[in-house]
Each structure stands twice: as structure tokens, then as C-alpha cells.
Design a protein around this ligand. Sequence first.
Ligand SMILES: Cc1ncc(COP(=O)(O)O)c(C=O)c1O
Length: 401
Amino acid sequence: MKTIYLDHNATTPLSPEVLSAMLPVFTEYFGNPSSVHSHGRSARVRIDEARERVAGLVNAHPGEIVFTSGGSESDSFAIKGTAFALRDKGRRIVTSQTEHPAVLNACRELAGLGFQADCLPVDRHGRIDLEQLEAAIREDTVLVTVQHANSETGTLQEIERIAEIARARGVLFHTDAVQSVGKIPVDVKKLSPDLLSISAHKLNGPKGVGALYIRKGCPKLTPLISGGGQEKKRRGGTENVAGIVGFGKACELAKDRLRSPGTPCLESLRERLRSLVMERVAGVELFGHPESRLPNTLSLAFDGVGGETLLIGLDVEGISVSAGSACSSGSLQPSHVLSAMGIPAEKINSSLRLSVGWTNTLEEMETVAEALARIVRRARGENTGKTRQERAADRLIDTTR
Ligand SMILES: Cc1ncc(COP(=O)(O)O)c(C=O)c1O
């Protein structure tokens, strides 16, 4: 069965070029980058090259990039590293309700250690209010952490303005850009955060590697992992050389793609899917900011149909997507993001997230829209225009595919 992958916000397929760049690291360049001999030096050279490529994608200086094990570690390092380093200055952090659990749980853990996190609400499109942000920053606030793009809805926050507000108040600003880097241009000189999280596996790189951009001049963060002084004493542990090399290659490819978007680009794929679904299915609602949104993300609710039913129906047809509710301990947990946007639980429970990637095609959008329309009609018990025998045959196909 031909499969279609529409869950690129969860993870992306590894680019073949990335795999080719990584393979020699397992065989030829296996040295420890801290070793002084030639084997060590050749591994070090490859890390340095990758650092330049990662920095190049976000217009940073290579010295501002610290390699980590991924987006979660980068978020944790930014938040806890700042909190611990600046604890004598203040113990408050401002964040938002729709952050990734990597951010929210880091803030929760800090709350157990005597820090306080002020969590800003969002509007119905998922954006924070900048006046509320201004009001939330107090004398003892040391960090504002607000994501660039939301993984579920694609909503983009007003990062440049948030950075300005934080800077004017003398507070550091971290942004989780795990979902935006590689999908849209991200320029740290323009957005001007102090700290920015990136994850390789969201941009066709390998899993288990990421980076934290730390602006030159930013106070020294307290490391999460102490060790042998790697990453200029900012992150201990022998480097994941193959992962870092793959990450570098993925960043180089992403930069080329963003400079000269091929046909079709993410937005045209997403818009084709959106218009086909809206044409063919009644009672569909779109979540997220209408304009300021990632070009690849579609968060939709289908009246009267469970998201899990849709997800399973699509999965049976070889189409992978995400639902707005996750099953936890046998009950459906509505997404904290959609809940924070004021969307009622029953709508959340009928929602799906479809996230396209560079390898998807316009034909696949046709196939997915057609399958969705069929599954929704069936779930709603609508007349499909087919005879009883044809419906029975459909059911048979559905269970054998
Ligand atoms: C916005 C955001 N931040 C952080 C992460 C965590 O990244 P990683 O899987 O590399 O730990 C994710 C992953 O889903 C994400 O979407």
C-alpha cells in the first residue's frame, strides 16, 4: 500500500543527502572530537563545519550555537540555565499557555524550586497579548519564553515585538523555534531573541540532536550537563558527531530550499489540501491564526466526528496525521493548546492536525481530501450515493487494506 505522511510537525523523514553525510562518521570519522590526534581532529573539523551550517540557517555566528540532544534539551537549558544563573537577580519567568511541554514542564519544575512562572493566556487565534506581556514583566522577572510557531495550529507569535519589549525591560528572551526553523526564514538578527531552540528532526535531519542559539553577550547560562568542557563548557558530554553532521547538512538543504522554494512549496500544498477538504466536506472549522501561521500546518475540526475515528480511518488507508486529542489512560485528553484558545472540548475532540512537508505532492493532497471526505461521510452516516453492495464492498476493502 502506498503511504502518505502528513505529520511533519511530529517529525520529518531524513533527507537522503543527510543520511549520506552521516554515514562516513560511523566508519571513517569515528574519532572523539576532543582527541588531539588526527582521528579526533577530523571529527572536530566536521563538527565545526556543521556548526557553521546551523548558524547559517538562522543568520547567527557559529560561536553562538551550542549543540544539544534536541528541542526539549534546548528549551530546558534556556529556561533552567537562565533561572539558575540569574537566581540572585530574580525568580520569575513569563511564558504562555500554548508552549510545548518541554517549556511548560521546565517552568513547572522551577516552580517546585522556588521560582514563579507567569503563564500568559492566548486569544482565539493562539496569540498572546503584548500589553498583557508588558504588565506581566516585573522587577524580579529574569526571562520571557514564548514560542515562535505553535506545533498544533502553526500560529506565529509576534517575536520581534516580544523581543523588543523584553529588551526594553532588561529581561532575557527565549523563543522555541523548533517548529519554524526550516519551514520559514528565521533570522536571529531580525527577530533578536537572546536564546532560540532548534531541533534537527523537524527539518529532515536526524532525531536526538538540536541546538540552542545563545546570543553573543548573553549572560553565561548554568549548564544542565556538566562534563569534560565540551561546547565551550556549556554542554558536557562527547558530541553526537554523526547527528551533528546530519543536522548541519539538513540546515544547509533547508537554507537552499527557503532561498529558492521549489514547486510545489509548502503553502501551495497546504492550501490545495485546505480548499479541497473545505469543498468536499461540510461543517469544517479551521483553527489558528488566519494569516500569521506556518505554511505547512492545517488544524481542522469536523463537526460530529471524533478525531480519533478520522485518524484511524486515515491510518487504515495509509495516511498518517495527528488528532487534537491524545488518548491517555484510556480517556481522551483535549489538546492544551486548543483549550487555551477557548475551543470547546467537543470541537477539540473532533479535530485533526495535518502537516505537510517538502516531499509531499499535489496528487497526495487530492488523495487525502478524497479519503477524508469519504471517512467523514461514513462516520456521519451520510448518504454516500452508493448501493448497499458497494458500501459492503467498501467496508471489506477498508478492513483488508
Ligand atoms: C515547539 C516544540 N518544541 C520542542 C519540541 C521538542 O523537540 P525534540 O523532539 O527535539 O525534543 C517539539 C517537538 O515536538 C516542538 O514541537
